[in-house]
Design a binder for this molecule. Structure first.
Ligand code: AHR
Length: 655
């Protein structure tokens, strides 16, 4: 009897737990707390993980003009019944930015002699797609030299080819189009010379015809589209530590990245040797993706460009060199000239260069970052000098300064205290922390001062520390923790005006840093769960923050719930975001006041069963958003939140 009573009471308890009274969340959609910055959710682009060359830059030939430190890196001799002389590199004084070319002595009657290029960990080809091939050549001697260009699979299968001839004295560009016979992610390119003679070659290029916006040698379309689909409010570029350089000689200098392609001097990428266990000796910056292309892409996708400039300091984790204050003028001039390049009239020196590159209209630059992750007195001293000049000469430009690499602590506090005495418009904060930190800190900005510089959460990502596979640290739990934290950013949108996950891109075969938002190989690209979180927040931004409370308090972790809300005054929408970080489902009742709500709410949910789940290049859609609806009755919406889920509710309203 006792046992039956026990079982019965267990059953009753279980039923009660299942049909628990929903947690009530009060939404006052008539109470507008602050506007949401139109550029709130953006992207952080850094040339790390082969994000530029081998990634967004559609160029498929690695070391295309033999300018890597090892001039033949990426190239191999190709011999097929022909003979040739060893390949020699020469200096080409007429072009300081591109000093080397290659001389081939060919003796290949009845056969071929030439070169093969391995691409960026292979060349990605699509069946039926067309590829523009070009090279610069000048004949030294011989009459019958011909060139067959072939695309081949790793097993040597011919996938496509074209033929060029008519080489003569003097440098000339030769072009052809090759169609690929099938999909291949690891193809290589062969340059097969026939006949007898000596020829100089340079600037070998292969790019898909089908690029982003169809621009010749433009951006890789699938990657650019993934970024555009996020509808980012801004594009921060070019980094990151890459701005700083391991030393000042190797800092990023935007002027070297603009103008004709063959005038952009190739540079070692700082991530080439940065990570001891992820060395990338073939990682360079050709600047095929340079400042002009960043501005153009930002414009294409309706995002504000946010360039970050070196402030006269190299990376403090490396050489920590500083430029004496008396010698900072050159760095400040680079900043002034950049404003001219972006916004100046075509009659100005730098505006004229922009126009010559195809964009006479200004890019309308509004933001500029001074220094990346710099710290201590030396940073403040240098930032002050930039601010003095830029605020006087360009009061229209909003300045972004930085709080250093850490989420808190002495250097962080020092930076904020000093910057509050100055006039930056935004202060860039970085946090690469554990998922639990993000959950605990969802209320980080609830108590920030409401006056003074605003916050730019310029680099953040929840770091899950285990998982061998490249993409495996972009776990569902890390994405969920970021979403929970982002409800706190949104609730404090009067203080936090911009935010971006970091880094943006990574090649599965060539990464140095993880986790990253978007992964790709030579043929495919996919979004991590973190990408879907960013995209959901960005495409459901709203114009104004509204009040969302449970028991009179922000919904910021109690009962494993995190929530925020906005309205979109342009489209007459209420947008609610709610994260359930519990491994159990939860019942929630939203009680909406202040507006007349429609009868149906749309719900977009991102969820996964296990915290460690992740999307991968082989299974890219394990975690993707799904749509449902809920009924709204007298302003009440009952929602069953799945365990470990991120949910966006939207519904129409009338005042
Ligand atoms: O995003 C990767 C690196 O993290 C950035 O280059 C740097 O700013 C930060 O330390």
């Amino acid at each position: 009897m006792k046992r039956i009573a026990l079982v019965l009471s267990c059953i009753i308890l279980a039923i009660t737990a299942n049909s628990q009274t929903p947690k009530q969340i009060n939404v006052n959609a008539g109470k507008l707390i602050s506007d949401v910055s139109p550029v709130m959710w953006g992207v952080f682009f850094e040339d790390i993980n082969f994000a530029a060359d081998g990634g967004l830059n559609s160029e498929l030939i690695k070391n295309r003009s033999f300018e890597f430190s090892d001039p033949m890196m990426g190239w191999d001799e190709y011999v097929d019944k022909g003979k040739g002389k060893s390949l020699v590199t020469f200096h080409y004084p007429a072009n300081q930015a591109n000093p080397r070319y290659l001389r081939l002595s060919v003796n290949a009657a009845g056969g071929f002699y030439g070169l093969a290029n391995e691409g960026f960990r292979g060349i990605g080809l699509k069946q039926g797609a067309k590829y523009n091939f070009s090279l610069s050549a000048s004949l030294v001697e011989g009459k019958d030299l011909g060139l067959t260009i072939e695309l081949v699979s790793p097993s040597g299968e011919l996938l496509g080819s074209s033929v060029l001839s008519g080489f003569g004295k003097g440098w000339k560009t030769f072009e052809s189009v090759i169609t690929s016979g099938r999909d291949e992610g690891k193809a290589s390119l062969r340059l097969k010379f026939s006949g007898t003679g000596v020829i100089n070659i340079d600037l070998v290029s292969l790019t898909p015809v089908d690029t982003w916006k169809g621009r010749k040698a433009g951006l890789r379309k699938d990657i650019a589209t993934m970024i555009a689909d996020m509808k980012p409010g801004f594009v921060r570029f070019p980094g990151g530590c890459i701005v700083e350089g391991r030393d000042l000689t190797n800092r990023y200098q935007w002027k070297n990245t603009v103008g004709p392609l063959d005038q952009r001097r190739l540079f070692i990428n700082r991530w080439n040797t940065e990570m001891r266990d992820r060395q990338a000796p073939d990682y360079f910056q050709s600047f095929g993706l340079g400042f002009y292309e960043y501005f153009l892409f930002s414009e294409d996708i309706g995002a504000e460009p946010l360039p970050i400039l070196n402030c006269g300091m190299s990376c403090q984790f490396n050489s920590a060199e500083v430029v004496p204050i008396e010698a900072l003028d050159q760095y400040i001039k680079d900043a002034l000239d950049l404003v001219e390049f972006a916004n100046g009239p075509v009659t100005s020196e730098w505006g004229a260069l922009r126009a010559s590159m195809g964009h006479p209209a200004p890019f309308n630059l509004k933001y500029m970052g001074i220094g990346n992750e710099q710290w201590d007195v030396q940073y403040i001293e240098r930032y002050k000098e930039f601010e003095k000049v830029l605020k006087a000469r360009h009061p229209e430009i909003r300045l972004v300064s930085g709080a250093g690499p850490y989420a808190g602590g002495e250097l962080f506090d020092y930076a904020w205290a000093e910057l509050r005495k100055l006039s930056p418009d935004l202060v860039d904060e970085h946090y690469y922390m554990a998922p639990e930190w993000f959950l605990r800190n969802a209320g980080r900005y609830d108590k920030y001062p409401r006056t003074g510089p605003k916050v730019f959460a310029g680099e953040y990502a929840a770091h899950w520390k285990s998982g061998d596979r490249a993409e495996s640290r972009n776990t569902w739990y890390s994405a969920l923790a970021e979403a929970a934290f982002m409800t706190g950013l949104e609730r404090n949108a009067d203080v936090v005006r911009m935010a971006s996950y970091a880094p943006l891109l990574a090649h599965v075969d060539a990464w140095q840093w993880r986790p990253d938002l978007i992964w790709f190989d030579n043929s495919k690209v996919f979004g991590t769960p973190n990408y879907h979180v960013q995209k959901l927040f960005s495409s459901n931004k709203g114009t104004d923050v509204i009040q969302v409370l449970a028991g009179g308090l922000p919904v910021s972790g109690a009962d494993s719930l995190y929530a925020s809300g906005t309205i979109d005054r342009n489209n007459g929408l209420v947008i609610l975001k709610i994260v359930n970080s519990s491994i159990s489902g939860q019942q929630v009742r939203f009680v909406v006041d202040g507006v007349r709500a429609d009868k149906i709410a749309s719900i977009t949910t991102l969820k996964s069963g296990k915290k460690s789940d992740f999307n991968s290049i082989d299974n890219p859609v394990l975690i993707v958003p799904a749509e449902t609806t809920a009924v709204i009755k007298n302003g009440k919406i009952d929602v069953s939140l799945s365990p470990l889920s991120v949910n966006i509710l939207t519904f129409k309203y009338k005042k």
